[in-house]
Design a protein around this ligand. Sequence first.
Ligand code: FES
Length: 165
Amino acid sequence: MMEKIIATDRYQFTAEDKAEIEHCLHHYDDSRAASIDALKIVQRRHGWVPDNAIAAIAEILGIPGSDIEGVATFYNRIYRQPVGRNVIAVCDSIGCFLVGFEEIYSALKKQLAIQPGQTTADNRFTLLPICCLGACDRGPVLMINDDTHFDVSVEKLDAVLEQYL
Ligand code: FES
């Protein structure tokens, strides 16, 4: 269950999340390696990773916040702003671009009435571009949350979207 947070307060881990991060820390010689695990734990709790959580992770891992920020920026599925209940990430790399990315992206923007990076008014969907998902022979490809959808067409979009409330 996601919990709302206020990004300007000092971030407080739940005891469970803190214990999980400390447990991850024991798996690595270099505490930097636990950064992505810690970011995922925060995101699982809230749906995104606010600035104050970056600072709190840095404190637990004993490394600079800029290192955590760098990892968060590198991984395009770590969200640094609030997102909707479902995140649609559409592959815009060359393989999918050649087989209909633009058509799919335009249809999604029109249907959801949002631009890339935005969230629908009902908080149901956030739309984002993403780079190659490694299934270039099955494009256009998009991900919704952890599900990958292959060979997507405009005709199939309704059926895909209605799986996500
Ligand atoms: S180009 Fe889209 S999955 Fe590789």
